[in-house]
Ligand binder design. Structure first.
Ligand code: F6R
Length: 603
């Protein structure tokens, strides 16, 4: 949700800021902007829409020599995506970029307005720069003024501020939104994630909530929330950016679908023995005294959690409930200490999920996070973490992260089954053999992709899609519908097959498309009856199954598998490709669909 970058050094500040922003564009692309301070002069450029527009605007801008700069790519929260609302925001002599939400901005704005401040934008961010300047008039020291401003801000933020009153300094603060410092040769960087820094820096400093300070060309000063000096820990940064490039695929999403076999192998690696799941990162004590698991997440991660709840109850025989994080936050939930609270997040930064983690911790529950980003806020906060090893996911519509979450969940349900003796050694060994076969089930064959590409042309209209399934195929149906909505902008819903007759079947007609998930190894006959009911009402049916179904208008055949989880994984690929090809035919931006962002760090 918004990306920010900063730079101090002698190299080409414009290119470094713009390259950094292009790595972060997946976090928001409503507008972008940069501000560069050189020889006490500001240069400022902003453009609405994709970064390309800003790149065009800055074609003639070639700053040389020492400079400092900040940049921002925006996902609009307060105020429309206009140039005035684009960051950096200006005061009299300072600029600021911000990711997060300043919750008390309205009262601050009111107060500053009575002091004579004129606001240009509708954003919450603009108060930061005016607050700073108002304190600067009184305190004279930019550092003191920055701290005084921070003391008044409520909410989540990662902030960079530059000012003519300290022309070689970038002030920074982090609270609830991600930010790190990159240490290059004779230069320093800021970024919202480590990707923009790969290749530029060997070491980084991950900032923690409440930390703040300033950088100059020769100093890195980091302070705690109460302004005590901290000695920051330097960590090594990966050196290869290759895996984050498209490698010949049309879209990152497509590349990420094809990568699933590899990242699932990576996720399994070192974690399987003959009849045991090995999670080196887990201490068995985490599960002592635990009688229930509560899974909490948003979006796609919520769907993987919902599917996991079937596996936990079935294999580990443990009570399992699933919560949507944004709902859980305010429902005044009952939390008991014999519940293990598990959050699931690709990014590890989703504001709602992170907050539920903090709530559970405050209530004294043990916590575990399943996450794709090491050192993310959730990984740092939880008692324990399991990393999904999907690699950087750039397509806004999540694919490989979901796949690896499902693999971790399957493994975790077996890990618990062993601890709780709910499966025999023979059953565990059998399940582990199945796990080993997942990478092969998700390999995309040319035939399958071509079949889906051809079929997609029949599904570009209609008044809606129902994706239906039972058991774990119900959350998969939800996920299939979400994928289609996100990148095709067509209306789609996921539904349990058996629920259609309780209302939604009223919508059935030839323009209602039913995408029926019909696994042979799980409740096939039950699902078949439900699909027949829809077919009898003339809904257009696309069946996904290993066996042909004579009532279907279209049929996508998957391979014959011996277990329903293998059918799950292959159908997952089918649904991802189905959405992708529909979106391509509709001419949409597959990797950066409208109104979305990759990392949702606001509530
Ligand atoms: C959909 C998608 C979102 C995310 C959701 C939670 O394709 O990616 O629904 O799953 O915003 O994000 P994480 O998993 O980062 O917490």
């Amino acid at each position: 949700m918004c990306g920010i970058v900063g730079y101090i050094g002698k190299n080409s500040v414009k290119d470094i800021l713009l390259d950094g922003l292009s790595e972060l564009e997946y976090r928001g692309y409503d507008s972008a902007g940069i501000a560069v301070l050189q020889d006490s002069n500001f240069s400022i450029y902003k453009a609405v829409g994709k970064l390309e527009n800003l790149k065009n605007k800055t074609k003639e801008f070639h700053p040389k020599g020492f400079s400092i700069g900040i940049g921002h790519t925006r996902w609009a929260t307060h105020g429309k995506p206009t140039e005035l609302n684009a960051h950096p925001h200006i005061g009299e002599n300072s600029y600021v970029v911000h990711n997060g939400i300043i919750e008390n901005y309205q009262e601050l704005k009111q107060r500053l307005s009575t002091e004579g401040v004129h606001f240009l934008s509708q954003t919450d961010t603009e108060v930061i720069v005016h607050l700073f300047e108002s304190h600067l008039k009184r305190l004279k020291s930019p550092l003191e003024a920055f701290r005084a401003a921070l003391d008044e801000l409520h909410g989540a933020y990662a902030i960079l501020l530059i000012t003519k009153s300290a022309p070689d300094t970038i002030f920074f603060a982090k609270n609830g939104s991600p930010m790190l410092i990159g240490l290059g040769k004779d230069e320093k960087h800021f970024a919202s994630s480590d990707t923009p820094l790969i290749g530029l820096c060997k070491d980084v400093i991950y900032l923690y909530d409440g930390e703040n300070g300033y950088l100059t060309s020769d100093a890195i000063e980091v302070f705690s929330k109460s302004y005590e000096k901290i000695t920051p820990v330097h960590k090594a940064l990966p050196t290869s950016k290759l895996s984050a490039q498209k490698e010949g695929y049309r879209f990152f999403m497509e590349k990420e679908i094809y990568e699933q076999s590899q990242v699932i192998s990576d996720t399994l690696m070192g974690r399987l023995s003959k009849d045991t799941i090995l999670f080196e990162e887990l201490d068995e004590k985490l599960f002592e005294g635990i009688n229930e698991i509560k899974l909490c997440a948003c979006g796609t991660s919520y769907h993987s959690a919902l599917a996991a709840s079937y596996l936990f109850e079935r294999f580990a025989k443990i009570r399992c409930s699933v919560e949507i994080a944004s709902e859980f936050r305010y429902k005044e939930p009952m939390m008991s200490k014999d519940t293990l609270f598990v959050v699931i997040s690709q990014s590890g930064e989703t504001a709602d999920t992170l907050e539920t983690l903090k709530m559970a911790q405050a209530a004294g529950l043990k916590t575990l996070v399943i996450c794709n980003v090491d050192n993310s806020s959730m990984v740092r906060a939880a008692d324990a973490s399991i990393l999904t090893r999907a690699g950087i996911e750039k397509g806004v519509a999540s694919t490989k992260a979901f796949a690896t979450q499902m693999v971790v969940f399957w493994m975790l349900s077996l890990y618990l089954a062993k601890l709780r003796s709910s499966l025999t050694s023979a059953q565990l060994a059998e399940q582990i053999l199945l796990l080993r076969e997942i990478p092969a089930t998700v390999v995309v064959s040319d035939d399958l992709h071509e079949k889906i590409r051809r079929l997609s042309k029949r599904y570009l209209h209609g008044h809606g899609f129902f994706f239906i399934g039972r058991d774990v195929f119900y959350p998969l149906a939800l996920e299939g519908a979400l994928k289609l909505k996100e990148i095709s902008y067509l209306h789609a819903e996921g539904y349990p097959s058996g629920e259609m007759k309780h209302g939604p079947i009223a919508l059935a007609d030839p323009e209602l498309f039913t995408i029926a998930l019909m696994p042979v190894n799980l409740l096939y006959d039950k699902t078949k009856s439900n699909v027949e009911e829809l077919s009898a009402r003339d809904s257009t049916i696309c069946a996904i199954s290993a066996v042909a179904f004579d009532k279907a208008d279209d049929f996508i055949q998957i391979k014959e598998h011996k277990h329903y989880m293998h059918e799950f994984f292959e159908m997952m690929v089918v649904l991802q490709l189905f959405s992708l090809e529909i979106s391509v035919r509709l001419g949409n931006d597959v990797d950066m669909p409208r109104n979305l962002a990759k990392s949702v760090t606001v509530e």
